[in-house]
Design a protein around this ligand. Structure first.
Ligand code: NI
Length: 396
């Protein structure tokens, strides 16, 4: 059985995948600056014997592993490679050697896993039909997203994949388990930059001023109507303001207030409507109170939709590989992921690799200075990915 062969190879290469992950972890690079990471990936792929590497979006790669009858079907596997501007607080042998930069979202694990999957797949390529396209992308963490550059640079052409599968570590799921969700899964995320302008002066004479602090307060409250009254109860939406900057004093009303926030949802039509609604409400409140508003919406990633059929097949394949009890259903998550760009173009399946180990204290969330993973999970990270690709090629 090919599945058992893949399992035994994943076991055999586990140590190498861990070493690759540790190398990447100690040499993290920020988004769009993954130069050494890209060199490392290239050298490892060449070492495995994979040719057909194509450089995309400066620090990204695509490569092909052709089975028998390579034109039958094409499945893409994707990993992201960038790290975050965080100072690592873990005291581990593989601690970040680049001060202020840390793989705190597990993209080191994604890259190492895909390299492991590539090695496994290359070794069994005479045992499946079709082609597997490897996609190593830069810049997942920073808008507009490395995925959008990869697509613009032709990563989904020549050959065009029938579907794409991506995995992401999840510190809330125990190592040994994985999670899937069919249909809508992650949110679109737009950044809001608002400036409310009034007329500042002495706090004792408000009647001579236009108080932007009061106006901004009303505006923040009023904007929640977008969620509570304008949004369909069937479409999850979030509006949060995390920064309000009014640089006055107890007795000084400032000239302006700056506000920053995020709007997230799971429906593109509603997303566009919500933008209009926010602008309309903000303008109405601010102008009605005598001020002016500058309301900028910077669009981030689109929402992430997992193709129901591809994801159902992948879930079944994961159950065959790991056992029913180790495959869990995921809830909607209001974070954003640039994998969404691929899944807007072709069928996509984005799933979660459990990396939690409470006994070892590996429980920190992603994007924190103490984030780490249970490395035993990398055996699944590499092996399951390889198996999902092969299982999908084997299905019609
Ligand atoms: Ni991430």
């Amino acid at each position: 059985m090919l599945k058992d062969k893949i399992k035994s190879l994943a076991k055999a290469y586990k140590e190498e995948v861990i070493q690759n992950r540790r190398h990447l972890h100690s040499h993290p690079e920020l988004s769009y600056q993954e130069y050494e990471t890209a060199k490392f990936v290239k050298s490892k792929l060449e070492e495995i014997g994979i040719e057909s590497l194509e450089q995309k979006a400066t620090t990204g790669w695509t490569a092909l592993i052709k089975g028998k009858n390579p034109d039958k079907k094409v499945i893409a596997l994707r990993a992201d490679m960038d790290a975050l501007p965080i100072i690592e607080a873990n005291e581990v042998p593989y601690k970040s050697q680049n001060p202020g930069v840390m793989h705190a979202c597990g993209h080191d694990a994604h890259t190492a896993s895909l390299l492991g999957a590539a090695k496994i797949l290359n070794e069994v390529k005479d045992q499946f039909e079709g082609t597997i396209k490897l996609i190593f992308q830069p810049g997942e963490e920073v808008a507009p997203g490395g995925a959008s550059y990869m697509i613009k640079d032709g990563a989904l052409n020549n050959p065009r994949p029938n579907g794409i599968i991506g995995q992401h570590v999840m510190p809330f799921i125990p190592a040994g388990k994985v999670g899937f969700r069919q249909g809508i899964y992650m949110a679109s995320a737009d950044e809001l930059y608002v400036t409310v302008k009034g007329k500042g002066g002495h706090g004792a004479m408000p009647e001579t001023l236009i108080d932007p602090v009061l106006i901004a307060s009303h505006m923040i409250v009023a904007l929640q109507q977008v969620i509570s009254r304008a949004a369909s109860p069937k479409i999850p939406s979030v509006l949060s303001f995390g920064r309000v900057e009014a640089l006055g004093a107890t007795n000084v009303i400032p000239n302006e207030v700056k506000i920053q926030g995020t709007f997230r949802t799971l429906n593109e039509e509603w997303r566009a409507k919500a933008h209009q609604k926010m602008l309309q409400i903000a303008k109405g409140i601010v102008e009605g109170m005598g001020g002016e508003v500058d309301f900028e919406i910077r669009k981030g990633y689109p929402f992430l939709q997992n193709d129901p059929e591809l994801t159902a097949r992948a879930t079944d394949a994961a159950k065959e590989y790991l056992g029913e009890e180790n495959v869990i259903d995921l809830d909607i998550w209001m974070a954003a992921e640039d994998f969404a760009y691929y899944s807007q173009e072709i069928d996509g399946c984005f799933y979660r690799l459990g990396t939690r180990n409470e006994d070892k204290g590996i429980v920190s969330g992603v994007h924190t200075p103490t984030f780490d993973i249970e490395e035993d999970a990398l055996e699944i990270g590499a092996g399951l990915m390889a198996w999902l690709a092969v299982a999908e090629l084997q299905k019609a």
